[in-house]
Design a binder for this molecule. Sequence first.
Ligand code: TRP
Ligand code: ZN
Length: 491
Amino acid sequence: MPRPALSSTPCPAGCPLRIERVDQRALSRLAAPALAALIALTAGCTGDTVQGRPGASGVRDPYFPKAGNGGYQVDHYDLDLAYDPADKQLHGTAVITARAKQGLSSFNLDFAGLRVEDVTVQGAAARFNRSGTELTVRPPEDLEKGEVFRTEIDYTGTPKPVTDPDGSEEGWITTADGSVAVGEPVGSMGWFPGNHHPSDKATYDIRLTVPNDYEAVSNGELRSRTAVGDGQTEFAWHNAEPMASYLATAAIGKFKVSTGRTPSGIGVYNAVSPDEAPSSAAALARIPEVVEWGSGKFGPYPFGTVGTIVVPDGTLTYALETQTKPVYSGAPDEVLIVHELAHQWFGDSVSPKSWKDMWLNEGFATYAEWMWAEEHGGLSAEKRFDAFLAGDTKVDPDAGSDWGAFPPADPPGPEDISEAPVYARGAMVLHRIRQEVGDEKFAALLRGWAVEHRHGNASTADFTAYAEKKTGHDLTEVWDVWLYGEDRPEA
Ligand code: TRP
Ligand code: ZN
């Protein structure tokens, strides 16, 4: 139903007229001149600042058009989740503090499955309805542009995984002894309502209440662990740095927890499925060293804590760079730890503006693997680059992948964003830059990029412009052939 021309929104201070409620029928009975006069009088307050309109149902991501929502930006998520692995029931309260970017008569959140029991906006009951993965909230009063508003959503049910276009599963996944939540690219809508697009980063408090014999682990710093009665323990996790929602996690299980510190004092928190503990130990022991190494290469580690979540082998078909604590399905090796920790700079701190920019995550994390190997007695990046060019699987088994199938900056569709061209050819783009500008300028470029966009978002165009400015080189050939070229480049 279209909204009446003049809504119930109060005019801002300074507006000559405060319109509390104009009845549509009364309005239609006004004589034309009177109506014209009324419109003229209220002209200053009929724009964004007063009259709300619905927020968009997506942010026009080229691959996931329904991901994210328009009209507001989230500052903070406060999630209170209670889960019992025995009955697989999740009870959640999400309190979302956001800022309206336009006058809003309604706004959307992305949310999949589960049952919404109650929604309030600024403490007042709000109407809501659901269609697919869009939860539309209609506050009783329109929100003004610039207004900071608090939305509380109570929900419950048995969370179901979200299946990605490439067939992999995300969202709330049950494990042999509990559950783990992973969200790349759009799985987080399976466990909390939100503005689920990486362009809207926010801070988080995530509290998990679980039966006493379970551990509950999330991103960031453990603020408290409290017996709350009734056989339950609440774990309160805090994230002071902004996070893209696909990087949020919550893991519940019978983890073995160990803690430590990096040489520069960053707290390490490793939660490992007991069966995986012996086989994980050697790789996990290198985390402090990897963080120091990354800090030397890419600038100070972007977060206050670091760590690991190892869920039972076979839970997932991939690892994920969940912020501060990557999730591994089964014991990780050293190379995988380097990859996921490199993402803390590239992906987590510097997040993509859209899912098309995925190679800024994966190409960089893959190249970090190459650099780590080169500096730790392994293959040089140059030799690995040559092996990929030649498809020489004796040097690197991954060189046999179809890395040339499409340009890294332009995957054909959403099912392709985690394919070899995004990873390996993305890394080769970086190596081509290094060949053009030399080691010193290349090192300054990587570090400068991570520092320039720390805790922000960046696109491929931002990168190409920055690379040329920072190095002073014309890199057109690298972009045309390696980054955007349809054909597989040849030696
Ligand atoms: N980002 C993960 C990694 O590098 C891989 C991954 C998991 C992924 N899920 C994805 C990549 C969805 C793209 C889309 O370890
Ligand atoms: Zn990766």
